[in-house]
Write a protein of this length. Structure first.
Length: 147
């Protein structure tokens, strides 16, 4: 879908009248036209943001978001949000001892490990092949860096 189709669908399905009713009860002064224009601009920001990133943009109680699902589908949404929250922050007694590895990094490690094994196997039969020996050392160094 292109930007205009996404904007049209989200705006068509959104209940601006109910949103205006709630905002009026809160003492907020918005016109339906203003909310629709805010929605259009928010949707445009989600659409034009860097691809493959999940994004959220807020304006005038509206939230537009885009989320990618397993690299196969994309979800756009437009929401009305009154943000009432409570937060607390504190230092951890112990810091995390492991780091989170992305799926891409995990795949890269596996592929490098497989490549390393293939090179080692080949090198066993060809001990004089300096190129393969160099490959082994380079792959091992890269794997150390990733750790």
């Amino acid at each position: 879908m292109n930007l205009e189709q996404i904007q049209e669908q989200l705006i068509k399905d959104f209940d601006f009248d109910k949103t205006l009713d709630i905002l009026t009860k809160l003492g907020e002064n918005y016109s339906k036209h203003d909310l629709i224009e805010n929605a259009r601009n928010l949707i445009k920001m989600t659409y034009t943001s860097r691809e493959m990133d999940d994004v959220f943009f807020y304006a005038a109680y509206l939230v537009a978001s885009r989320a990618y699902i397993e690299g196969r589908e994309v979800h756009y949404s437009l929401n009305f949000s009154i943000d009432i929250q409570s937060n607390v922050e504190f230092d951890l007694k112990e810091t995390f001892t492991h780091r989170i590895v992305s799926e891409k990094e995990f795949i890269l490690r596996e592929e490098l490990a497989n490549l390393l094994e293939m090179n080692k196997t080949y090198f066993e039969d060809n001990k004089n092949d300096k190129f393969i020996e160099s490959n082994i050392l380079n792959i091992e160094e890269i794997l150390k860096i990733l750790d």
